[in-house]
Write a protein that binds this ligand. Sequence first.
Ligand code: NAP
Length: 328
Amino acid sequence: MKTIQWGILSTGSIANTFAKTAAQMNGEIEIGAVASRNLPNAQAFAQTYGIKKAYGSYEQLATDPDIDIVYVATPHSRHFEDMMLLLTNGKHILCEKSFTVTADEARWIYNFAKEKNLLVIEAFWTKFLPIYRELEQRLASGVIGDIRMVTAQYGYQTSPARHERKMNPDLAGGALLDIGVYCIGFAAMILGYKPDEIRSLMHINEVGTDTQDAIILRYGNASAVLTSAIGINTPVNAVIFGTLGHIDVENFKNPQAFTIVLDSGDTERFELPFDVNGYEYQMREAVNCLNEGKIQSDIMTPKQSIGVMKIMDKARAKGGLRFPFEQG
Ligand SMILES: NC(=O)c1ccc[n+]([C@@H]2O[C@H](COP(=O)([O-])OP(=O)(O)OC[C@H]3O[C@@H](n4cnc5c(N)ncnc54)[C@H](OP(=O)(O)O)[C@@H]3O)[C@@H](O)[C@H]2O)c1
């Protein structure tokens, strides 16, 4: 079987993490090319990671006939146009979260990919971690009874180097699309992708960036209470509460352990360390899908990806957040 050739679109922070992770995967992932808007950046990136080809435009990567699948690691505001460019040129895609800016864009991408018979997966890395399959099984077994509440919080200070993308509303930066999406994705994984009701309160700064978000999702008699913030550090944790106890998920965006705490007093800690750093599972899933001729992942399906975007659309509408490019 021909080794799948990956391309990386952008040379930013998570693009570096992708390349570093691939370098630790013993040849499982072969990166054939990298593209930047700026050739010297692409060349420096290629040299660091031993990548054969470096391009000074995204179009050159999209039209490279040797590249099978491209990892999209640009700001949120660009995901739609970058994916359209790649799909038009016949490339499969693994695209960073937040997948697009709106649910409509996400729907459009998955429909176009289906028409072109191309694989598109949202790189919602949390979802691909094997520990979550274990957690799902435990929940399905009823160990904590009926699930009534999920809480998740994630807040952090940006480093100056990453401040621009994260705080710039023109790039669809801000707490919701950057990290609130993890809280929503977690709640949706546990309670479902179609809440009955959505409440949202957002702090929006003077340039139009949401810096603190509090979102509540109601599903029948269960609810999810989700907070995200840029500018304050909070513990990154989630708790699932049931009628018989709860489960603490430490560092829920990339956990290696969870603890079941029953009201009876019994506790159980389950640990599952990463093979590399957690990013390897989404890459493996993309490779498996391609090898099996699939155009969607069963782990993060298009429906789920669109479902998360729909929740985010509503949370933004209720929180009063519109990006500058959506005004007018
Ligand atoms: N899964 C995770 O753990 C994780 C972590 C961080 C971020 N992310 C996601 O990954 C994506 C990228 O985040 P990042 O933190 O890597 O961002 P970043 O460090 O700012 O890098 C983004 C890259 O996109 C390219 N780009 C294209 N148009 C741009 C524009 N108008 N302004 C700025 N950069 C532009 C640039 O690469 P060139 O100059 O080379 O073209 C830039 O280096 C986002 O969707 C983010 O949510 C995921």
